[in-house]
Ligand binder design. Structure first.
Ligand code: ZN
Length: 238
């Protein structure tokens, strides 16, 4: 497939939901794309399936303490990127499973946000070593179809402003399976880095801890002729 480039690839997107596993996934993997979509008037809803509560090398702290810190960091990053709402589904980090409960939690958010577009992890990338990333991507895709069916968890449809799921477009990130979309994030890279650095518990040395990310984005950029890029693979769902 021909590589699509440019933020116009997402023309028609009005309400975007992003299903990630941990606080900082969205910022590192698609923060530069998100900030440009927000600038174009897109409403963005962020979902973190886990609390990120093992995200530390400090064996003396506790999981609830880590979770609290990371929720606050995610909210700060969301303000920097202009994200409408951050939802945390409360699962334990390192233990996420794409089960029926997680599917229902995500479907409920498709219905309450009335998102038309989904970004999530590519669960089919064989190189995806993090089980939570695989589970988040799988559950996000699994929730797509039932969210549109009125007899699935009908109590969700009685919540204020909820309606049947209306996602029409699905884009997968964190994929090495021939990404077909490359977005130039060079002009907004400072905002992306600022949102990533809001996760101080993960990157206490700031930019020094984010060299891998800059290298990855530069590597992604090379293929498309940009300085720095984020890549996606579109999943055709109709
Ligand atoms: Zn993660």
């Amino acid at each position: 497939m021909e590589m699509k480039t440019g933020i116009e690839t997402f023309d028609g997107v009005k309400r975007l939901i992003i299903v990630a596993a941990h606080p900082d996934d969205l910022e590192t993997l698609c923060g530069g794309t998100v900030v440009q979509l927000v600038q174009r008037g897109v409403k963005v809803f962020s979902v973190n399936c886990t609390l990120g509560d093992i995200g530390t090398q400090d064996a003396a702290t506790t999981r609830p303490a880590v979770a609290t810190t990371r929720l606050l960091e995610a909210e700060e990053a969301a303000r920097i990127l202009g994200i409408e709402q951050v939802a945390s589904l409360g699962h334990h980090d390192g233990e996420l499973v794409a089960d029926l409960e997680l599917r229902a939690q995500i479907a409920r958010l498709y219905r309450s946000t009335q998102a038309d577009t989904l970004f999530t992890f590519d669960p089919y990338w064989p190189g995806q070593i993090h089980p939570d990333h695989r589970a988040a991507g799988q559950a996000a895709l699994d929730a797509y179809m039932p969210s549109k069916m009125p007899l699935y968890r009908p109590e969700q449809l009685r919540e204020p402003d909820a309606g049947l799921g209306r996602i029409e477009r699905v884009f997968l990130f964190s994929t090495a399976r021939e990404p077909d979309i490359s977005i130039d994030v060079t002009p907004v890279y400072d905002s992306k880095l600022a949102a990533c650095m809001a996760h101080r518990s993960q990157f206490p040395k700031g930019l020094e801890n984010l060299e891998w990310l800059q290298n990855m984005d530069e590597e992604n950029g090379k293929a498309a002729g940009f300085r720095r890029a984020e890549t996606f693979k579109q999943m055709i769902v109709w």
